[in-house]
Design a protein around this ligand. Structure first.
Ligand code: CAA
Ligand code: NAD
Length: 272
């Protein structure tokens, strides 16, 4: 990744126009921080309804940011919100959205084939100078980029959820956080499946015992159970004998039932 980003093809590019593909929790958050830092952002998803929801999410989050940042200057806060929103446009047409784009950042579903298909199409549609990046949480960047002819302009930019609050972006091969963190979430679920504690007790224990702001079940719901399962299934395929990557029946069942966490209104807990 580093080699790619430091190549002469990329070194002098100034990033002004950013296209973000996928307007879910991560895409919307990334669009917000990119727009807040003065970039012109086009957010792409598969339907206008989804994109309307993305903009609402951004607005809601900006209000929270402004409440703090402009606590004693509400008018300046409102001005900031309008300025940021002006920097974001939406589109369902990926071809036109990438025209003039300096950086295309993908935040769609965590599935190698679907990401490869998208980037293979984008490679033909985007200008030559455009840098591609994926927000994947588990897939090797080299596997995703192999679907394109721009290996020297392809990288990983791994943001954390909620994007406007979390201060880390990883581009390190291998991703440190999730390699430690996702097996921890799965182990909590297996602990519950083995009857060692209720979900509530395990969540409370981790919050009080190690000071985490959310317990593993709350956090799994917050991230999205489909995303966590995709990560684990992918790693298990690569390393089937690693017990850290063992599946969970409960997780498989919830995902099969469409109970994906907060974003669908139910996961380990209910949100309606
Ligand atoms: N946008 C803007 N501001 C937000 C926000 C958002 N989406 N979410 C929370 N905030 C702000 C709130 O406005 C609030 O601000 P004040 O302190 O000024 O009031 C502050 O954050 C705290 O929020 P709350 O009081 O509502 O709740 P909280 O104290 O529980 O904090 C949280 C919320 C920041 C999400 C916190 O619970 C937390 O840090 N949780 C853990 C998140 C985490 O572990 N993320 C990593 C997930 S793993 C990942 O992302 C990688 C992957 O590939 C899967
Ligand atoms: P999400 O389900 O909230 O959103 C995904 C969005 O992508 C949806 O709105 C969907 O309609 C859209 N989409 C799917 N296929 C598309 C396509 N071909 N073209 C355009 N849009 C498409 O998912 P998310 O939680 O935002 O995760 C997105 C990516 O970010 C995944 O790769 C995930 O692993 C990664 N990630 C997630 C988290 C997290 O905590 N949820 C953290 C870091 C990284």
């Amino acid at each position: 990744i580093r080699r790619g980003f430091s190549s002469s093809a990329v070194r002098n590019v100034v990033i002004k126009q950013v296209t973000i593909i996928g307007g879910g929790q991560m895409g919307a958050g990334i669009a917000q921080v990119a727009a807040s830092t003065g970039h012109s952002v086009t957010l792409v998803d598969t339907s206008d309804d989804i994109l309307k929801k993305s903009i609402k999410t951004i607005e809601g989050s900006l209000k929270r940011v402004v409440k703090k940042k402009f606590a004693d200057k509400p008018e300046a806060g409102e001005e900031f919100i309008q300025k940021v929103l002006k920097n974001v446009s939406t589109s369902t047409d990926v071809g036109s959205a990438v025209q003039g784009s300096d950086l295309v950042l993908e935040a769609i579903v965590e599935n190698l084939k679907i990401k490869q298909d998208l980037f293979s199409r984008l490679d033909k549609l985007a200008p030559a100078h455009t840098i591609f990046a994926s927000n994947t949480s588990s897939l090797p960047i080299s596997d995703i980029s192999s679907a394109t002819n721009r290996l020297d302009r392809f990288g990983g930019l791994h943001f954390f959820n909620p994007v406007p609050m979390m201060k880390l972006v990883e581009d390190t091969p291998g991703f440190i956080v999730n390699r430690l963190f996702v097996p921890y979430l799965y182990e909590a679920i297996r602990l519950y499946e083995r009857g060692h504690g209720s979900k509530e007790d395990i969540d409370i224990a981790m919050k009080l015992g190690v000071g985490y702001p959310m317990g593993p079940f709350e956090l799994s719901d917050y991230i999205g159970l489909d995303t966590i399962k995709f990560i684990m299934d992918g790693w298990r395929e690569m390393d089937p004998d690693n017990t850290l990557f063992a599946p969970s029946e409960l997780m498989d069942k919830l995902v099969a039932e469409g109970k994906l966490g907060k974003k669908t209104g139910e996961g380990f807990y209910k949100y309606k």
